[in-house]
Design a protein around this ligand. Structure first.
Ligand SMILES: Cc1cc2nc3c(=O)[nH]c(=O)nc-3n(C[C@H](O)[C@H](O)[C@H](O)COP(=O)(O)OP(=O)(O)OC[C@H]3O[C@@H](n4cnc5c(N)ncnc54)[C@H](O)[C@@H]3O)c2cc1C
Length: 305
C-alpha cells in the first residue's frame, strides 16, 4: 500500500498524469499475466529518476525498473512497491559516426530502424527482439548471429544513490543472458552501440530474413516471454522438452507451445500460477528423463500466492 504522504511526495517529482496506482501488470507484460503493482511511475528524465530513486530509498519502499515487460513473469498478486518505467522522452535514438546512441527506453526495433536508415550494420539480430535497450543490455539479449556484447560500446547507468557512471563493454562482463549489472540495482539510462558501415539493402535483407524465421518458428500469435528457459550447455531447452514428450503440455491456460517447445504460451486465460506450475512440471520431467536442470530465462517478479 502506498500511503497518502508517499503519493504526495511522488507528485512533487513527477507529473501526476505519469503516476498510476493499483496498476494491473498484465497490461504491461508480453505474457499478459500479473496482478496489480501498488504504483507505477513513468519517469521522464534522468533528473526525475535521481529524485524518485533517492526518495524511495529514503522511505525504504521497494522498486523495480521495467522495460517492455517481455522477459517477466509477474505473480497474480502483483508487486508491493513501485514499478519504474521510462517514459517516451527517455527513448530517443541518435547517430554520431558509426555509433548509435540510444536512451534506455528505446525499443530495439527503433534502434534497428535507425541503424538501417544510416547504413549501419551489426544490429540486425536484435530487430525482432521485443525489448527495450535497458532490458536488452541487462540481459545481454541475443539471437541468430549476435548478442548485445558484440555491439555495445558503453552503457550509462545510475547507481542506487543517483550517481551516473559509464561502463565500458568489458566492465559489463556480458555472459549468456546476463551482465555484471543484472543483480545490482542499477538503472540503465543510455547505451552507445558501435556498428560498422554497411550496405542498406544487405542490412534490410538480413533483418527481413531473421523476421521471417521468427514468424515461421515462433508462436508469435500467442502471449509469451520468448524462450522460457536458458539453453543448457551442449543442448537446447526446446529439444529436451519435446523429447520428454511435453509438446502441447498444458496447465490451466498455460501451454508448452506446439510450434516451438522452448516457448511457454498463454493460450488466453492463463494465470501466473498456471505458467509457474507448468514451468516447474517441465523442469521436473526433463530432469527425471535426462538429468538436465532447466533454468528459467524469464525473471519472476512479485507475489504468486
Ligand atoms: C516473442 C518474444 C521473442 C523473444 N526473443 C528473444 C530473443 O530472440 N533473444 C533474447 O535474448 N530475448 C528474447 N525475448 C525476451 C526479451 O524480449 C528480452 O530478454 C529483452 O531483452 C527484455 O527487454 P525488456 O525491455 O522487455 O525488459 P523487461 O522484461 O521489462 O525486464 C528484464 C530485466 O531487465 C531489467 N531492466 C529493464 N529495463 C531496465 C533499465 N532501464 N535499467 C535497469 N534494468 C532494466 C528489469 O529490471 C529486468 O531485470 C523474447 C521475448 C518475446 C516475448
Amino acid at each position: 500500500m502506498i500511503s497518502q504522504s508517499v503519493k504526495e511526495a511522488l507528485q512533487r517529482f513527477v507529473p501526476v498524469e505519469n503516476i498510476r496506482f493499483d496498476e494491473p501488470l498484465k497490461n504491461h507484460t508480453t505474457f499478459r499475466v500479473g496482478g496489480a503493482a501498488d504504483c507505477m511511475v513513468f519517469v521522464q528524465s534522468v533528473e526525475q529518476m535521481q529524485k524518485v530513486l533517492g526518495y524511495l530509498q529514503k522511505v525504504e519502499i521497494p522498486f523495480f525498473v521495467m522495460g517492455n515487460g517481455s522477459n517477466l513473469l509477474v505473480g497474480d498478486k502483483g508487486y508491493r512497491g513501485v514499478i519504474l518505467r521510462l517514459a517516451e522522452s527517455m527513448s530517443d535514438v541518435a547517430v554520431v559516426g558509426n555509433r548509435v546512441i540510444a536512451k534506455a527506453g528505446a525499443s530495439l526495433a527503433k534502434v534497428a530502424r535507425v541503424a538501417l536508415e544510416h547504413g549501419l550494420a551489426g544490429f540486425e539480430f536484435a530487430a525482432g527482439i521485443p525489448g527495450t535497450v535497458g532490458g536488452a543490455v541487462i540481459m545481454n539479449a541475443g539471437a541468430y548471429d549476435g548478442e548485445m556484447k558484440m555491439v555495445v560500446d558503453d552503457v550509462t547507468v545510475m547507481d542506487s544513490q543517483g550517481a551516473l557512471m559509464v561502463l565500458d563493454n568489458e566492465t559489463m562482463e556480458f555472459g549468456y543472458r546476463t551482465s555484471a549489472i543484472k543483480k545490482q540495482k542499477f538503472v540503465v539510462t543510455e547505451c552507445r552501440f558501435l556498428l560498422q558501415p554497411g550496405n542498406k539493402d544487405d542490412i534490410k535483407a538480413k533483418m527481413d530474413d531473421f523476421g521471417a524465421r521468427r514468424r515461421e518458428k515462433q508462436p508469435l500469435e500467442y502471449a509469451s516471454a520468448g524462450s522460457t528457459f536458458k539453453r543448457p550447455e551442449g543442448n537446447f531447452a526446446g529439444k529436451l522438452i519435446m523429447d520428454a514428450g511435453l509438446r502441447g503440455f498444458t496447465v490451466g491456460g498455460a501451454q508448452v507451445s506446439e510450434k516451438h517447445c522452448g516457448f511457454v504460451i498463454n493460450t488466453g486465460d492463463a494465470t501466473a500460477a498456471d505458467i509457474k506450475n507448468l514451468m516447474e512440471k517441465v523442469q521436473e520431467e526433463v530432469y527425471r528423463q535426462f538429468s538436465v536442470k532447466l533454468e528459467p530465462e524469464v525473471i519472476m517478479l512479485g507475489e504468486f500466492a
